[in-house]
Design a protein around this ligand. Structure first.
Ligand SMILES: [Zn+2]
Length: 102
């Protein structure tokens, strides 16, 4: 019985580890060590790591920045003026942003 539980744990860990998310290269913004992925409607999520295999670019669920301790992805929007990313609901905080002078 103990052995079975161990095997089940191992299997669920493997399933989690292989939670690959493929990324469309056109929806990816690479800058320094940040990777932002466009999910549509100017909503972006950030991942810490991008890898590549013959199928294309991918990341793992565990590398995507989450909102606090909950498992939801942290969603950001991209300022059309200064191209910086901000949390959804937060206005652009860049004091040099050209949008402030309009
Ligand atoms: Zn801005």
């Amino acid at each position: 019985m103990k052995k079975l539980i161990f095997v089940l744990c191992l299997m669920s860990n493997l399933a989690f580890a292989s939670n690959k998310i493929y990324i469309d290269e056109n929806e990816l913004d690479r800058r320094d060590c940040y990777y932002h992925i466009h999910t549509g409607g100017n909503i972006w999520i950030e991942t810490k790591m991008i890898m590549m295999n013959p199928t294309g670019l991918y990341t793992y669920d565990r590398h995507i920045v989450k909102e606090g301790n909950i498992s939801e992805y942290e969603r950001k929007w991209k300022c059309p003026y200064c191209h910086q990313y901000w949390k959804v609901g937060q206005s652009c905080q860049n004091k040099d942003c050209p949008s402030k002078y309009k």
